[in-house]
Design a protein around this ligand. Sequence first.
Ligand SMILES: [Zn+2]
Length: 118
Amino acid sequence: MSKKISKKSLEELKSRSNNNCEYCGEDLDKAGYHIEHVVPKSKWVDGHLSYGKNNILNLKLSCPECNREKYNRNLEEYRQFIMRSRAKKDLKLLFEEMIESHVKGNPYKFYFEKTIDC
Ligand SMILES: [Zn+2]
């Protein structure tokens, strides 16, 4: 995202966020900052924003990762995206645990193991 905003606006954003990513809280001294449009450019409609498009009310300081992830989502779409990604990750882990436990509880026997007296 473009960094072409006034120095004053940038200072305001940094002070508003304590120089942390406004989405995930990452320390931007380490991560580097992007200037992110809350209502993405692709969703700007004439008259939709009562304030200027580069007004800091429509800007967030973000880490590169959040900026990339949010992409052209608006705020609520991004929130849904994060919740769905987390749910997928959690359910994948749970599913893997269930498979492990099922495998341990149901050892497979080859045919010859079932027919040999030992
Ligand atoms: Zn972030």
